[in-house]
Write a protein that binds this ligand. Structure first.
Ligand code: HEM
Length: 405
């Protein structure tokens, strides 16, 4: 990524140097057979810059992706160009804006966090091992389903299994199915994403002539892009914390010191007071969200030790006094991508991960099941659009705050 930036920056500089050199040269022969003329070189440089941007912002034309995207009507898989630009504008301005995140996403997210905490507390009261992977996937899926079309995806059992089949197909980039093969066409609720999209279609106020196919394609992106990314990030972060009990203790101490059971639930304003817990997911973002479709996996990537000291170690403290953040301004770590195709719903993703993770750490002490030692908790990943943990993360939860929830 760094090299690409340098290349793009270097091109105009090369052009200026070339211009200066040409100016300085005395013209001896007006009809030389020598180097090509300046306009020609300029055109080549400009064209190569355009080609680079198109290549890096484009998407491969795979049959499966075409099917998943209703023939390129979506945002995620559609080719770089005007149609993609207009659909992306709708997402950024109408669906994922800061106002939308605060008005509709965060309240739903908090409600789903509190449901998840209650379910885990029930497991703990029955001395049952908690399948944390299942809990967290259910938290992110229900949050996204409610925000997208006002309905939880596990309110009735049939939708849950259809929903998860859909997610698995999408993760495997199988592209054999459409969103409506799994979900009965849902009714929109006031203020949800489906409602906003149908409103835009009715008003005809967007520059794209929005059809139901466009709407289904965007919903598909939201379900697929918004569910697995957040859950995988939370699961990898807890896995790393369980394998590093010292850091887990520090993160919990920070939470206890700041909040000390004063609240039932950590809210978005509290997160700024918890720099270590906030940093705990940052190092895991790259693992969880680096996709085989959009980039190389972390295992196969050379991480430059000049940039990251001990890159393979889980050291959330490295982010504490660092200016490097994960929002796509620093190419050293780009879990949400960077530039034109960077994640348009980063605010939602951040809120979901931070609220989910901080509350799981706040409400419980986590231990590996009796038959397993902390050091045996595995780090094996599965291939797919998002890198998931191969085996479910199962752990014993011990409530660490007394709540009336
Ligand atoms: C922790 C959560 C999330 C992570 C780590 C994440 C990560 C990413 C990444 C790496 C990309 C690809 C960027 C590229 O190709 O350069 C992306 C694109 C995208 N994400 Fe997210 N994402 C998250 C949450 C979400 C959510 C909640 C939604 C929707 C509600 C969403 C919707 C999208 C869409 C539509 C794109 C395609 C953008 C385009 O191609 O122009 N993401 N995301």
């Amino acid at each position: 990524m760094m090299e690409l930036h340098l290349l793009l920056l270097a091109q105009p500089i090369i052009l200026i140097i070339y211009l200066q050199k040409q100016k300085a040269k005395p013209v001896k022969n007006l009809h030389p057979p020598g180097p090509p003329g300046l306009p020609f070189i300029g055109l080549i440089l400009l064209a190569s810059r355009g080609c680079l941007i198109t290549a890096f912002s484009g998407r491969p034309h795979l049959v499966s992706q075409q099917r998943l995207s209703y023939n390129g009507l979506d945002v995620t898989f559609s080719s770089y160009g005007n149609k993609w630009r207009e659909m992306r504008k709708i997402c950024i301005i109408r669906l994922f804006s800061q106002k939308q995140v605060h008005r509709s996403f965060i309240p739903v997210c908090k409600d789903e966090v509190s449901r998840m905490i209650k379910k885990i507390a029930r497991d703990a009261s029955l001395s049952r091992i908690t399948n944390l992977s299942e809990m967290v996937v259910s938290f992110t899926s229900n949050t996204i389903c409610r925000v997208a079309f006002g309905k939880r995806c596990d309110d009735d059992g049939t939708i849950t299994s259809r929903f998860f089949d859909l997610m698995h197909e999408t993760q495997a980039l199988a592209g054999g199915f459409f969103v409506e093969d799994y979900l009965p066409w849902p009714k929109s609720m006031q203020g949800d994403i489906l409602d906003s999209l149908l409103g835009l279609k009715r008003e005809g106020s967007s520059s794209v002539d929005l059809t139901l196919e466009h709407i289904k394609a965007i919903l598909m992106n939201i379900l697929a892009g918004g569910t697995d990314t957040g859950s995988a990030t939370i699961i990898w972060a807890i896995t790393a914390l369980m394998k590093n009990p010292l850091i887990m203790r520090k993160a919990k101490a920070e939470i206890r010191q700041q909040l000390a059971g004063k609240k039932e639930l950590i809210e978005e304003d509290d997160i700024v007071k918890l720099p270590l817990s906030k940093s705990s997911h940052k190092g895991d973002f790259p693992v969880a969200s680096t996709s085989s479709a959009f980039g190389p996996k972390r295992d196969n990537r050379e991480i430059d030790p000049k940039i990251w000291k001990n890159p393979d170690e889980f050291v959330p403290e490295r982010f504490l006094d660092s200016e490097i953040d994960v929002r796509g301004h620093h190419p050293e770590v780009i879990p949400f991508g960077i530039g034109r195709r960077g994640c348009p719903a980063m605010l939602m993703g951040m809120a979901e991960v931070e609220l989910g993770l901080a509350n799981l750490l706040y409400a419980f002490d986590w231990k590996s099941p009796p038959a397993m030692k902390e050091e045996n908790v595995d780090f094996d990943g599965l291939p797919g659009l998002t890198m998931h943990k191969k085996s479910a993360l199962c752990a014993v939860a011990k409530p660490s705050i007394v709540t009336g929830m």
